[in-house]
Design a protein around this ligand. Structure first.
Ligand code: ATP
Length: 494
């Protein structure tokens, strides 16, 4: 039975083996910011690639996009982020620490009440009245019921764009990638052959000035999201919602996450953002946090809300110029009576009907998934009286696919091993190592999650065969050197 993994074990392995480092460490570190090291960048790139392969490459009905991080400020007015994207926070009067009220725990039960968990996008100051903080414990100093009245705390980072006073304006770092997709809906329709139902997918950085960051790369202020906006005809949305729930769950399972660590959690009706018809979280049982189960991905039926809002946003442009380009001074324009035939509507050729498509949105965190894959793959086992640490990564995610060793540094073995390495590295990420005892070299690769180690030994010189050792079982097979490439292609499912 595998030992229960603790987050500390993962953090220390990540540091020791160069997966993830604290940002700006040589300057004492920068809280909640992390850098992906040599193995980490390969792992995270593989997670992103696996998502792209599954959501874009393997499908005929999804196309990709890479929108810029800076977007027209009105986009955030139309999406609702400029006015409403805030967390309700409360300050402890004893230690002055601010905490999200939906994260506060009860002193007696140690639980957060489900009805108190509100989607922050839909929070308004009025809603703060529903919170009774008399029994809540400060996570920093332990004081009970010492909280100030909840206040909204804006989550979008602001910055200034433009060198001259006349054209300088307040910009926002995007808090989600999705709006770049809605803003390009018309462009994609006009330049490709897509027909509803179809999706637009994007992977990229997002930024939120989170009140509390936590648990390593789980919640940070700069993170990467993989989002799909799938546009469908109203009336077919429930069916597509079910389709994407199943697809997304299978993606995690097929990449090796254990079934018992994955579950769906439907949002309660009072937890739903006002525009959402349904929303479910894909949750993973992380070895930390109060309830262990934490969100990996949200899947929402967003109706036609976003495209309709952007039609209103487009009609607000003049007001924005007249206000001196100040979002805080303007109101979003009303919806046109004939919004169904507006610029972001869709004409269905077959049905000869025009409508605004509904949207199903699976929105996944790439850093959170990377952490889940790390935690789930982590294992320790006793082998002949020694502890073996290993990462049982799915081959598609493993940072290094194969390591190549000469058994000893003589008799021509390094030359043969190098020529195998030179051939394989043109196709996938490989590692060559000739230093130290071969057993130790295997152990180092186990800890990096490398699924295969190829060893050139004395017999190779006689019969042109090598051994291939498999990480999980530690079993070795002997195969002809000429077969190595096809053997690995098959096993790696490339
Ligand atoms: P939470 O309630 O945990 O703050 P959320 O419901 O606001 O998350 P969404 O807006 O649905 O999250 O974002 C979609 C996904 O993006 C999340 O499921 C998560 O994987 C990822 N994500 C969101 N915020 C962060 C963050 N601060 N750090 C890392 N990943 C994040």
């Amino acid at each position: 039975m595998a030992k229960l993994t603790k987050l500390d074990d993962i953090v220390s392995l990540c540091k020791r083996r160069g997966f993830i480092f604290q940002s700006s460490e040589i300057y004492g570190g920068l809280a909640s910011c992390y850098d992906y090291g040599p193995l980490g960048v390969e792992l995270k790139n593989n997670v992103k690639r696996a998502w792209w392969k599954n959501v874009v490459q393997m499908r005929d009905d999804v196309v990709g996009l890479d929108a810029s991080i800076f977007m027209h400020p009105l986009i955030w007015k139309a999406s609702g982020h400029a006015d409403k994207f805030a967390d309700l926070v409360s300050e402890c009067k004893k230690c002055n620490t601010r905490t999200r009220v939906d994260h506060l725990q009860d002193s007696e039960t140690g639980t957060k009440k489900a009805e108190e968990h509100a989607e922050h996008v839909s929070m308004a100051t009025e809603e703060s009245k529903q919170y009774n903080l008399a029994n809540k414990v400060c996570p920093n100093c332990g004081a009970v019921g010492q909280f100030t009245a909840p206040m909204p705390f804006k989550l979008m980072f602001e910055t200034q764009m433009g060198a001259n006073a006349e054209d300088s304006m307040t910009m926002y770092l995007r808090p989600e990638t999705a709006q770049g997709i809605f803003a390009n809906f018309r462009n994609v329709l006009d330049t490709t052959r897509v027909k509803v139902p179809f999706g637009i997918a994007q992977v990229g950085k997002s930024f939120r000035n989170e009140v509390t960051t936590k648990a390593f790369i789980f919640r940070t202020r700069e993170f990467e999201q993989a989002e799909l906006e799938f546009f469908c005809e109203p009336g077919t949305d429930e069916q597509w919602y079910e389709h994407w729930k199943e697809q997304r769950c299978n993606w995690y399972l097929n990449l090796g996450l254990k079934k018992e660590n994955l579950r769906f959690r439907d949002h309660d009706p009072d937890e739903l953002a006002h525009y959402a018809k349904a929303c479910v979280d894909v949750e993973y049982r992380f070895p930390f946090g109060s309830g262990d189960w934490q969100e990996l991905e949200g899947i929402a039926n967003r109706t036609d809300y976003d495209l309709r809002q952007h039609q209103r946003g487009m009609r607000t442009l003049n007001r924005w110029y007249e206000s001196g380009r100040d979002l805080t001074k303007i109101k979003l324009a009303d919806e046109a009576e004939d919004y169904q035939s507006g610029p972001l509507s869709y004409f269905d050729e077959e049905k000869k009907a025009r409508y605004i498509p509904y949207v199903i949105e699976p929105s996944a965190g790439m850093d959170r998934s990377t952490l889940a894959f790390l935690v789930d793959a982590y294992d320790e086992e006793e082998v002949r009286g020694e502890t073996r640490n290993l990462l049982r990564f799915h081959p598609a995610l493993a940072p290094i696919k194969a390591a190549i060793f000469p058994l000893v540094k003589k008799e021509g073995m390094p030359e043969i091993a190098r020529s195998i390495y030179d051939d394989l590295k043109r196709r996938f990420n490989c590692f060559y190592d000739e230093k130290g005892a071969v057993g130790r070299r295997y152990r180092r690769q186990d800890e990096a999650g490398t699924p295969f180690c190829i060893t050139v030994d004395g017999q190779t010189l006689q019969d042109q065969t090598v051994t291939i050792r498999e990480r999980d079982s530690m079993e070795q097979v002997r195969i002809a050197t000429a077969q190595v490439r096809s053997y690995l292609y098959d096993k790696l499912d490339l």
